[in-house]
Design a binder for this molecule. Structure first.
Ligand SMILES: NC(=O)c1ccc[n+]([C@@H]2O[C@H](COP(=O)([O-])OP(=O)(O)OC[C@H]3O[C@@H](n4cnc5c(N)ncnc54)[C@H](O)[C@@H]3O)[C@@H](O)[C@H]2O)c1
Length: 258
């Protein structure tokens, strides 16, 4: 898919932040948009503003994903593009609560697995389908202060890569959006250390949507709204110990903030 004009699109977590910006931009480009969010009022507001359809509900649980895909198919016919965008950020390390680790796994990884499970059949049958996963630079690198986020975003990236490897030759396009900080309620609600880490280079959600439209046009796997992430990712792979030492210095600077 090089143009989204006329495409049937689902955006999870579309009620705010990056998801809402994606809904607005995709609708402006002529897509027919189903706006999902667990916050029904937010989904309805965005759907109304873009001339789309709200389907409120949990985009992570097995039942929630099944209900969303069924409602979206009823509205759109087949789904052409599914944006698995909903995500949550839990702070802490191994001491973080079991419930926080589990919720991170469900929303940041299993939501994508469950959506793909339902989308793949019709997509492979017709020989085309498009999945865009909102991952994070944390999925390519890491992020100090939040092990559940870093680990599950690596999982999300690994799943997107696996899908691309397995189904590209059967017509599936899979792309992963990997930004650093983005000015959304997620970043605005984060702790002061996260703000200190990401605030200065944070971009607006509309800039992420611009990068996604460019990515859709050229089909690249990694969509990097912060282009400098490509160099960081290459540095991590080529000089892993140097990269780890640099990240340790970042961690120490954040600790000095208290
Ligand atoms: N903001 C950033 O700095 C940043 C950076 C990199 C990646 N991301 C990723 O971008 C995506 C969107 O984040 P955002 O910054 O817009 O966050 P946000 O918290 O502002 O918006 C996320 C939306 O998803 C919804 N949501 C949460 N769980 C849901 C669920 N189970 N089912 C349906 N909807 C659900 C929320 O209600 C909210 O409207 C996430 O995957 C996040 O990890 C964000």
């Amino acid at each position: 898919m090089k143009s989204v004009s006329g495409a049937g699109v689902v955006v999870t977590g579309g009620g705010g932040g990056i998801g809402a910006a994606l809904c607005r931009r995709l609708a402006a480009e002529g897509a027919r948009v189903v706006v999902n969010d667990i916050n029904a009022r937010a989904a309805a507001a965005v759907a109304t503003s873009v001339g789309g359809t709200a389907v409120a509900g949990d985009a992570a649980s097995e039942d929630g994903v099944a209900a969303l895909v069924a409602a979206a198919r009823a509205e759109l016919g087949e789904i052409d593009l599914f944006c698995a965008n909903a995500g949550i950020a839990m702070i802490g390390g191994p001491e973080a609560a079991e419930a926080d680790w589990d919720a991170s796994w469900q929303v940041n990884v299993m939501a994508h697995v469950r959506a793909a499970r339902l989308l793949l059949g019709p997509w492979l049958e017709r020989g085309s389908g498009h999945l865009i996963c909102t991952v994070s630079a944390a999925g390519l690198l890491t992020v100090p202060g939040s092990a559940p986020y870093a680990v599950t975003k690596h999982g999300a990236l690994a799943f997107a890569e696996w899908l691309a490897v397995t189904y590209a030759h059967r017509g599936l396009t899979v792309q992963a959006i990997c930004p650093l900080g983005v000015r959304t309620p997620m970043l605005d609600g984060a702790d002061p250390r996260t703000e200190a880490l990401l605030g200065a280079s944070a971009i607006q959600p509309e800039a992420v949507a611009d990068a996604v439209l460019e990515g859709i046009a050229d089909g690249r796997f990694l969509i990097l709204p912060h282009p400098e992430v490509a160099g960081m990712y290459a540095g991590r792979a080529a000089e892993t110990d140097r990269w780890l030492r640099g990240m340790s210095k970042v961690q120490q600077r954040l600790e000095e903030l208290g």
